[in-house]
Design a protein around this ligand. Sequence first.
Ligand code: G
Ligand code: G
Ligand code: MN
Length: 510
Amino acid sequence: MPLKTKTSKRSTKIAVTLLSGLLPIVLGFVILHMQAERALKQSAQQTAEEAIRQFELMLDNTAQAARELLPLAGQSCSEINLALREQVTRRPFVRSTNLLWDDVIYCSSLFGDYHEKIASGDYSQGQLLLMKGNPVTPDTALLVYRLSKGKQGAMSTLDGYHLSNVLRLIGRQTLLALQIGPNWLTADGKFHDEALPAFKVAESKLTSSRYPFSVTAGFPKGETWVYMTSQYPPLFSLLIFFGMISGSIAHFLQKRTSSPTHEMQRALEAVEFVPYFQAVVHGETKAVSGLEVLMRWNHPKEGLVRPDLFIPFAEHSGLIVPMTRSLMQQTATLLAPLSASFKEPFHIGINITANHCQDLELVKDCREFLDAFVPGSIHLVLELTERELIEPTTITHQLFEQLHDLGVKIAIDDFGTGHSSLGYLRQFNVDYLKIDQSFVAMIGIDTLSSHILDSIIELAVKLDLAMVAEGVETQEQSDYLSAHNVNFLQGYLFGRPMPGAEFISALSAH
Ligand code: G
Ligand code: G
Ligand code: MN
C-alpha cells in the first residue's frame, strides 16, 4: 500500500537527508585539503629556492677568497700569512683560510705554520665538506670550500652559525635542511651524518646548479590540518551552511514526494483512480437495474488499491472532490454510449462523503454528468454513508435542494450502522436506504439481527423509501429479501465489482 511506505522507509529518508547534508561538506573538505597541500608544497618549494640563492651568495664570497689565495700556494707561510688573514677580514662569512701543498695544509690564517693532511675524497665533488666542528670550535658546524690546481690548494671555511641563521630566517614555519654529501645541517645549527629523515608533508628537495649542495624543505606531520584551521575557518562555515541547505532541500523534496497528498495528486493527474462497477438487480426479476461505482486506485507499483485505504487521506486533503469528479467523468464516458438502449431509468450509484457536501460544486459535477446521457435514461443516486452524517447548514440545504431539482436521488449507505433520525431522512429528501451488508449476512444465522433487519424494512416501507440490500451472497439471503419486498439487491451473488469495460461487455451480452 503506497500510503504505508511513509513509515517503513523512514530510516532511508533520514539517511538520504544526512548524506545530502554531509556530501557538500565532505567534498568541500577534500577540496580544501588538496588546496592546503598545494599551498604548502608551493611554500616549501619557494623556501627551498630562496635558501639555495642565499647559500650560493655566501659560497660565492667564500670561493672568491680561495680563488685569490690559490696562486700563493707553495710560498712560505711567513710570506703569505698576512694575505690569508686579509681574506678573512675582507670577505663576509669567511671564518678562516688555509693554503695547501699536495693536499697538506701547511699554512693557516688561525695558526700560521701548520701541518695536516686532508682526505680530498671526503669533499663533495672535491669541493665542499660540511664538518661537525674543528679543534677551535668543536660544537659549531663548519663548511669548507676547497680549490686546487696541480699540487697547489686553497681552502676557505664558512661558519655554520651563518648557515643555520639563513635556514632559520628563511624557514620560519618550514623545516629546512642543508645537505652536502652525506652530512646535513638544520636550522637549530645541529650537524647530522645519518640519513636525512623524510619531511611528512610537502617535501621539496632542490639541488644547486653551481655548488654541490642541496636543500630540503617540508613540514611536520599534521601541518596540513594546522594550515587549514588557520586559513579556512570562513570557508568551513560556508561548507556547513551549504551542507545544511542541501540537507534541508533533500528533506523537503522527500517529504513532498512521499506525502500521501502529493502521491494522490500525482495519481489523480495520471488518472490512476478508476471506476469499478457492481451490479444492482431488481428484487423480483433479478434483472440488472443499475450499478454502484466503486473507486479503485490502479497504482503503478502497488497494483490495485482498495478505497478504504486511501479515501480517508483524500477526504482529509480535499482531493476527494476532484477524485470523485474524475470518477464521474470516466463513468459517463463508459456508460453514455449505452444510454439510448436503457428501457427504464438505469441507476448509477456514486459514493459521496460528507466533506463533499460543503459547497455547491457537487451540483455542477452532477449536472455535467447528467448532460452526458440521453435525458431521462438514468437515475443518478448519491450514496451518503450513515456513519458520517451531514451537518444541516444553509449550504447543505441549498445543495440538496438544487440536487433535487436536477432529479438526483439520495441514498443512505450502510443503513443501520449509524444513527440517522427520521427528521434527518426527511430533511435531506432521501430516496433509498441501502441496508448494510452486516444485517444481510445474519439472515438465517442470528435471529436478533434478523429482527433488526425486519424493523429496518418495516421502517422503510412506512417512510415510503425504496430499499437496496447490500452484500447478498447466498440464494437464501436473496430469497428472504425478495420475500420481504426489498426492491433492489446487490452482492457477489449477482456480480462482483469489476472494471467498467468488463461490466459493459457483460451487460451487453445479456
Ligand atoms: O468497493 P469496496 O471495497 O470496495 O469499497 C470500500 C468502501 O469504499 C465502501 O465503504 C465504499 O462505499 C467506499 N467507496 C468506494 N468507492 C468510493 C468513492 O468513489 N467515493 C467514496 N467516498 N467512497 C467510496
Ligand atoms: O459502503 P458501500 O456499500 O459503498 O460498500 C460496498 C462494499 O461492499 C464494497 O467494498 C464492495 O466491494 C463490497 N461488497 C459488495 N458486494 C459484496 C458481497 O456480496 N459481500 C461482501 N462481503 N462484500 C461485498
Ligand atoms: Mn456504497
